[in-house]
Design a protein around this ligand. Sequence first.
Ligand code: HEM
Length: 162
Amino acid sequence: KPQIHEALKPLSFLIGKWKSISAKGAYPTINPFTYCEEVTFSSIGQPLLNYNSIAYNPNGPKPMHLESGFLRIKAAGTNEVAFMVAHNFGLTSLEEGTVKGNEICLKSVQIARMTFAKDPAVIGIERCYSLIEEGKLQLILSMETENIGLTEHLRVVYEKID
Ligand code: HEM
């Protein structure tokens, strides 16, 4: 495995491959649902993490929501982070926040959207990843749309598989 860049020390708790053991979605406008997800935060030696997520249907390997991007830390010795994410449904989000201990919380500072992306438009995204115990990572993600204020959309617990 490549050496982990010094600057990434505060993010090292995220590094690895994670698989959901519980993944729930909800929103005031939709029926609650469950899904499966595999997430990878990896390093190829640069001072940033490469991020990939595949969410799929629990009743078969049918892919659903996909995300891919980069997680950067401002400089060695700071706790300021930025997450650039491309979503398969026609949106990109630039999220910024801080890492404190084994928790990283981010808020969107910019969201761009394809002209032909499905409505409703997403206006805001907030997410926190926290290591709730050794080898267990939790994600809580909220979003704001043009119709609904900031409300939880996803709640996931992952276990480390690699
Ligand atoms: C619905 C955004 C992640 C599954 C929605 C809606 C939006 C949205 C805007 C429509 C809500 C409405 O009609 O009022 C997002 C954003 C995500 C995200 C911004 C990540 C930052 C996920 C993930 C899954 C997922 C990881 C996992 C499979 C669904 C499902 C629906 C939905 C099943 C309801 C069915 C539908 O309307 O297509 N999401 N989503 N979403 N989302 Fe997400």
